[in-house]
Design a protein around this ligand. Structure first.
Ligand SMILES: C[S@@+](CC[C@H](N)C(=O)[O-])C[C@H]1O[C@@H](n2cnc3c(N)ncnc32)[C@H](O)[C@@H]1O
Length: 313
């Protein structure tokens, strides 16, 4: 990421959710009524840049749809599907009584504000993100809400430079409470060491039945030689934006990768099937790219004390 500048890719995925939110209900995959406001508050999208002015402003729906369809077919569908899928997973965990939610690389994720049960159940939510993105998020949420709800705690950290575990513990994370970790649209931007450290923290500092969900791309997307031209185009664009892809893993490796790191019940998710379920008869009109993958996994049931090491608060 570029130091001091809020993540360009966080605005990118936020834009996809904002545009999705404005689609007709029959073809809408996910909802996020806060998303457009983040774009409106970013001077880049209301300033002199032609593309930004014409593509990102709320009124230019037709132009935007044509541009997306021509340049990045299926990308918005994949981002919207992963967002909806993770919303549904969160709702399921809320019904099962999680007490904490940790959103890693939160960007402009608005789940703590828009998912009613998070608020009703006062689920302690930690938004962990790079200081530059988080500063913008706090400013924007401050403008959208009268005040930041008490159940939300902002944890500012650069995964590449510091360990997030001690900060999370210092800010009140309780390893004894059942927790869901959401890591959406992040692992592809950070290095293997930071990924291992994060997974290690989750396994060694969460109670059994806690879970993690994250999305990832195969290595060919990261390397820029995936057969789908959309994958190659995104790879070039994120590099140009100063947030190059760094980590990829092929789908057949994901289960052993997570089991080796102490997770159980690893569940790779087929986004294409999920999309059919959300869009019913309309899914063929809005097909997602085929390289976006999701996985869920649980922390095993062995004694927390045996798994706890390294991260003193
Ligand atoms: C593509 S955005 C995804 C944001 C959000 N999870 C979503 O799905 O809308 C990537 C996020 O990862 C964060 N990120 C990237 N590199 C990071 C780092 N080294 N330390 C902390 N956060 C980082 C960015 O600030 C950004 O919020």
């Amino acid at each position: 990421m570029i130091e001091d500048i809020p993540s360009a890719t966080a605005f990118g995925v936020c834009a996809m959710r904002a545009f999705e939110d404005r689609k007709e209900p029959a073809i809408r995959i996910c909802e996020d009524s806060y998303a457009m406001k983040f774009l409106e508050l970013n001077p880049k999208f209301s300033g002199s840049n032609w593309l930004a002015r014409n593509i990102f402003v709320p009124g230019r729906k037709k132009l935007r749809e044509i541009a997306f369809h021509l340049l990045l077919p299926g990308l918005q569908e994949s981002i919207a599907t992963r967002s909806r899928y993770i919303d549904d997973v969160l709702q399921r965990h809320l019904r099962r009584g999680i007490k904490q939610l940790v959103i890693l690389g939160a960007g402009f994720d608005t789940r703590p504000y828009r998912i009613q049960a998070v608020q009703e159940q006062q689920v302690k939510t930690f938004e962990v993100d790079h200081p530059a993105t988080q500063k913008f998020k706090q400013m924007a949420m401050g403008k959208m809400l009268k005040q930041i709800p008490e159940h939300v705690e902002f944890v500012s950290v650069d995964f590449e430079k510091e360990k997030f575990g001690p900060k999370l513990l210092q800010q009140g994370y309780n390893p004894k409470l059942k927790t869901l970790f959401i890591w959406e649209g992040v692992v592809m931007y950070i290095g293997q060491e930071a990924i291992d450290e994060t997974l290690d923290f989750i396994v060694s500092h969460s109670t059994a039945e806690s879970s993690v969900i994250f999305d990832y791309y195969p290595q060919s997307v990261i390397q820029g030689d995936h057969p789908n031209p959309v994958a190659r185009r995104i790879q070039r664009q994120v590099k140009k934006a100063g947030e190059p892809f760094t980590f990829g893993i092929n789908p057949e490796q994901i289960t052993p990768f997570l089991k080796e790191r102490g997770f159980v019940e690893v569940k790779p998710v087929n986004l294409e099937k999920t999309q059919q379920q959300y869009l019913k008869d309309n899914w063929k009109k809005r097909k997602s790219v085929d390289f976006a993958l999701i996985v869920e996994a649980k922390v095993g049931s062995s004694d927390l004390k045996c798994r706890t090491r390294r991260f003193a608060p």
